[in-house]
Design a protein around this ligand. Structure first.
Ligand SMILES: *Cc1c(COP(=O)(O)O)cnc(C)c1O
Length: 449
């Protein structure tokens, strides 16, 4: 079998995610036969460095021997059991460890099977908490512009990336949208911290005006990933935590993309020394192996649902694969790897290497900014750097970088005009150099005409 055999069969029966299928009339699809470490290999024997961790999920490489062993062993004893009325060792152990590792005050784990579902859980739980407490006027959510929280209707409604949202607007609940603290828009000479702090004003105003009818504020701590890897300062989270307390509104931290070491700390909230009322985790949770997500919350929320059955206060939400045993084992093996490898310390030097390898791009005439938070580095292409005029999205400049990357053995999948690196933590310095070189060539090509 070669690439074209499998692609032909694929195109007659599949419909791919986040894809205009007509593009595949000219854009080759890549069938992957096997993967190991940072490399993906296709059926023609070509290799691709997975610079984006297969959509931000992979942490310790593909076919990781330790995670493989944990999943295999679990499969031989218990693959899955429903989690209502039943439990198992893997899910108990994982919950104990998550409670211990996450910011203080998060003591209860509620599982789902993907990130969007976790966001739905957090939204419903927050709303239901206030209802159980007699605050029936609280029915709305505050969200940041340019945020992304998933694709299901509730998650889409609290997100704010127009490309994914606008078509479905008539189906979505109305949210209260507040400008983002995204430092891309800071004034010349203004620090990111000063800008993020200044941009807290509209959030405070929204809370002051709407607190009575608002259940929660939902944010992606520090990096708005799907919104183009836009970054902001931890000071915003500090102010937000204090204001949520002041106005009696929950704080939901969606760390689905930024959790598990991506921003330099195990969880992004740590950099602001805050604990959210709800913490959503998925993506890296299983090291990129299996779908699993979790919402952590505190005892106060838990107790608001704890009552006699007849009170109808219970949280009657479930998914068939909630707390799947194989996925929990993959997650436990992933947490073990963090400890064994002292991952956060190792990532600091990898992050510094990524910064050095891309330093010269800062002066590129078609690069607006090179920004970085830990193991996320983004290079934003721009049509006119001095007047800050972006390339029109219709030109699909990022796609040219994607194509150049594939032709040169690197998987980069830019978000619009933003080329980014979000590699597995096992990347090596020479691989970072290769990545930066291919990205630079790709950007030169993409902006050439
Ligand atoms: C990916 C993502 C989601 C959605 O997760 P899925 O598993 O793709 O449904 C939600 N929030 C953030 C911040 C994400 O990056």
């Amino acid at each position: 079998m070669n690439n074209s055999d499998l692609v032909k069969r694929d195109l007659s029966v599949l419909w791919h995610p986040c894809t205009q299928m007509k593009d595949h009339e000219w854009l080759p699809m890549i069938p992957i036969r096997r993967a190991e470490g940072i490399w993906l290999e296709d059926y023609d024997g070509r290799r691709y460095l997975d610079a984006i961790s297969s959509w931000w999920v992979n942490l310790f490489g593909h076919a990781n021997p330790d995670i493989n062993a944990a999943v295999q062993q679990q499969a031989q004893t218990l693959e899955h059991v429903m989690l209502a009325g039943f439990t198992h060792e893997a899910v108990v152990e994982l919950s104990e460890r998550l409670v211990q590792l996450t910011p203080a005050g998060l003591e209860r784990c509620f599982y789902a099977d993907n990130g969007s579902a976790a966001v739905e859980v957090a939204l419903k739980m927050s709303f239901h908490y206030w209802r159980n407490k007699g605050h029936t006027r609280k029915t709305r959510f505050i969200t940041l512009e340019n945020s992304y929280h998933g694709e299901t209707l509730g998650a889409l409604a609290v997100g704010n990336v127009q490309l994914y949202k606008d078509t479905y607007a008539p189906l979505l609940m109305q949210t209260i949208s507040v400008p983002s603290p995204d430092c891309f828009y800071r004034q010349p000479g203004e620090s990111c911290a000063a800008y993020s702090e200044r941009m807290f004003q509209p959030m405070r105003a929204a809370l002051e005006r709407h607190a009575e009818e608002v259940c929660a504020v939902i944010v992606e701590p520090l990096v708005q990933c799907a919104g183009g890897m836009r970054m902001y300062d931890p000071v915003y989270l500090k102010l937000l935590r204090a204001a949520c307390d002041e106005y009696g509104v929950h704080l939901i931290a969606d760390e689905i993309a930024v959790g598990f070491g991506r921003t330099g700390t195990l969880f992004a909230c740590e950099q602001a020394a805050v604990s959210p009322d709800f913490l959503c985790l998925s993506k890296g949770l299983t090291g990129g192996y299996l779908p699993l997500s979790v919402v952590l919350t505190g005892d106060q929320v838990y107790q608001a649902f704890y009552d006699d059955y007849g009170s109808l206060k219970a949280f009657l939400h479930s998914h068939s694969y909630t707390g799947n045993a194989l996925a929990c084992r993959a997650a436990l093996a992933t947490l073990d790897l963090f400890q064994q490898r002292d991952t956060l310390a190792a990532n600091r030097s990898l992050a510094a290497a990524m910064a050095r390898a891309t330093a010269d791009l800062r002066d590129h005439p078609q690069v607006a900014e090179v920004r970085q938070t830990g193991m996320i580095l983004a290079i934003e292409m721009i049509k006119n750097k001095f007047e800050r005029i972006p390339y029109p999205w219709q030109e699909r400049r990022g796609l040219r970088v994607y194509e150049h990357g594939l032709a040169n053995g690197v998987l980069l999948r830019p978000l619009g005009n933003v080329v980014y690196f979000m590699p597995p933590y096992i990347i090596e310095p020479e691989q970072i150099a290769l990545l930066a070189e291919v990205a630079r060539q790709g950007i030169d090509k993409a902006v050439a005409d």
